[in-house]
Design a protein. Structure first.
Length: 194
């Protein structure tokens, strides 16, 4: 009997999958948002201007990475402006990991993510001990429904340690779930000419 099981595994080309491995979900979620900054814990340079800060963040975002352990089918990445998108994320409980210069691994935990949901997270700060959001009001968990306008449900998800109510939205309003988010402009002009 053991020989038959071994032959079956060889015939299927299957190797045992690691513990915690998540296959491609038939009801995946999308996770989108933007990174506001990266907190390395190092003292700030004494020479800081709007331009040097913008250049520092752009270089850090270009060197940043994002992944989910044991979820090989997730696609996405981080853009030069700090926007990130992850598609085909398994629903339920997920640990998204970010790395950037000075921050080897910042974990963004998501719990109780409903199937087919779109999670939007605004303004993440990456830290060595995790992630925080600078504007919790911009964090949303949306699911498609047969509703005319956004409607609250009894479901709750936990995103970056915050309890977020799950809302149903019309299916048409989820057309943007595959689009990169647009982070708010952080640069302020030095002078205004009238």
């Amino acid at each position: 009997m053991l020989l038959i099981a071994a032959l079956f595994l060889v015939a299927c080309g299957g190797e045992p999958r690691p513990a915690g491995y998540q296959a491609l979900s038939k009801e995946p979620i999308s996770v989108r948002g933007w990174i506001a900054d990266i907190d390395t814990g190092a003292p700030a340079s004494s020479f800081r201007t709007v331009e040097t800060e913008a250049a520092r963040r752009a270089a850090a975002f270009q060197a940043a990475n994002v992944w989910i352990d044991n979820a090989p089918y997730v696609s996405g990445g981080i853009a030069e402006n700090g926007a990130f998108i992850l598609l085909d994320v398994p629903p339920g409980n997920v640990r998204i990991a970010f790395s950037a210069p000075g921050v080897p691994e910042a974990i963004l935990p998501i719990e109780n993510a409903p199937p087919n949901s779109d999670i939007i997270i605004g303004g993440l700060i990456l830290k060595s001990d995790g992630t925080v959001t600078i504007d919790p009001k911009q964090t949303k968990v949306r699911i498609p429904g047969s509703v005319v306008r956004e409607t609250a449900t009894a479901q709750k998800a936990k995103v970056a340690g915050m309890i977020i109510p799950v809302v149903q939205v019309p299916i048409n309003s989820l057309q943007d779930r595959h689009d990169w988010p647009n982070p708010p402009a952080t640069l302020q002009p030095l002078a205004t000419v009238k």
